[in-house]
Each structure stands twice: as structure tokens, then as C-alpha cells.
Design a protein around this ligand. Structure first.
Ligand code: PRP
Ligand code: HPA
Length: 185
């Protein structure tokens, strides 16, 4: 196995990790979110705004689970930049579709401390979105989440440990693991 730098190895991390949710469980949960989003949209064509990179896998599966037609766009905002703790938010790509008067479904892999989704949600509102709904695959259970942001639709709840897989990275590795793992320490 080759890695490009001296970052901690994924294989090593997996030996000290616990499998929390496997693919089948997550697919079931995502299907339920799809139904709930359809009910909330009530036929309105929303902008499905994926927060790259982490939401890539969840976003694709959620989109396929939603029956209402959607318009797609993405943003790339990163706070962790491959590390295991977050810093300032960096915008790498802003939305290109006009959000004026639109319902936006903001899609991300994880709500952790909430800085990323709060900033992206506020940006959507500044751009004129009339309503922003937030869908996350998972959220972490702790009391460090910033005020004023929550998921309208969430798949699973996680312990307060570093997690990876299903879009989430361990030093930019492991995003395409078909399950969610948590480091044991
Ligand atoms: O709630 P927060 O504490 O803000 O953390 C959640 C954000 O962190 C991750 O993104 P990251 O910055 O790692 O970029 P990535 O999506 O490219 O992995 C994740 O995809 C969320 O967007
Ligand atoms: O625990 C995490 N794992 C991966 N990405 C993240 N972004 C915020 N928290 C996490």
C-alpha cells in the first residue's frame, strides 16, 4: 500500500478503531431521510447543495432516495483540511446556481461543532434563499456545537470521537470505506 506522505497510516488507524455503522444500516437510514425530505419539500424543486468533499457519498445516495425533482450544485468549504481537529473555514468553491427565492437542501456528512454548516447556511440566506433545510448523515453527541445550527434530517448519532469512512476522512484517507468507524482513543 502506498501513501504520499508521512501522515498516520489508515491501516494502523483501522486496527485501533471500532466499526459503528455498516453500509446496509446507513443505506436504510438514508432511504428514510429521502422520504422525509420528499414530505418536507411537498413538491417544491429545491437546490440540492452538497458540501464537498465529505458529503460526496451521502449526497449521491440521498439524491437517489429523493423522488422530488432537484437542481444540483455544490460548495467546497473545509475547516479540518485533512487534520483531526477543525480550524478556520476556507471556502474553495461557492454556489454557482442563484439561490434567490429558492429552497436549499444543504447536504453534509457530519454535524460536529457546526461551524461549517452554520457558515454555509448563513451564506445561502445572504444569497436570498427563502428556506434552508439541513440534511446530515451523522451528528456527534457533545455540547460543543455552536448555537443556531441543527440538522433538519439526520441519519445516525455518534460518540464524541474522531470518525471516518463513508465520505469522512482520516488524514484524507478512508473516505471510500463503506462504513463509519470511530477511533478508540
Ligand atoms: O461541524 P464542523 O465541526 O464544522 O465539522 C463538520 C465539517 O467537517 C468536515 O469537513 P472538512 O473541513 O473536514 O472538509 P472535507 O469535507 O473536505 O472533509 C465535514 O465534511 C463537515 O463539512
Ligand atoms: O470526526 C470527524 N471525522 C471526519 N471529519 C470530521 N469533520 C468534523 N468532525 C469529523
Amino acid at each position: 500500500m502506498t501513501t504520499t506522505s508521512s501522515v498516520p497510516a489508515l491501516a494502523q488507524a483501522l486496527t485501533r478503531s471500532e466499526l459503528l455503522f455498516k453500509r446496509e444500516d446507513l443505506e436504510t437510514v438514508i432511504a428514510h431521510i429521502g422520504r422525509a425530505v420528499d414530505a418536507a419539500l411537498d413538491g417544491e424543486r429545491a437546490v440540492f447543495l452538497t458540501v464537498m468533499n465529505g458529503a460526496l457519498m451521502f449526497g449521491a445516495q440521498l439524491a437517489l432516495a429523493i423522488r422530488t425533482d432537484l437542481e444540483f450544485d455544490y460548495v467546497h468549504a473545509t475547516r479540518y483540511r485533512g487534520a483531526t481537529s477543525g480550524k478556520d473555514l476556507h471556502w474553495l468553491r461557492e454556489p454557482s446556481v442563484s439561490l434567490q427565492g429558492r429552497v436549499v437542501l444543504l447536504v453534509d456528512d457530519i454535524l460536529d461543532e457546526g461551524h461549517t454548516l452554520k457558515a454555509v447556511r448563513d451564506d445561502c440566506l445572504r444569497r436570498g434563499a427563502k428556506r434552508v433545510l439541513v440534511a446530515t448523515l451523522c451528528r456527534k453527541l457533545h455540547d460543543r456545537c455552536v448555537e443556531g445550527i441543527q440538522s433538519d434530517f439526520n441519519g445516525v448519532e455518534l460518540p464524541d470521537r474522531y470518525v471516518f469512512g463513508y465520505g469522512m476522512d482520516y488524514y484524507e484517507q478512508g473516505r471510500n470505506l463503506p462504513a463509519i468507524y470511530a477511533l478508540k482513543e
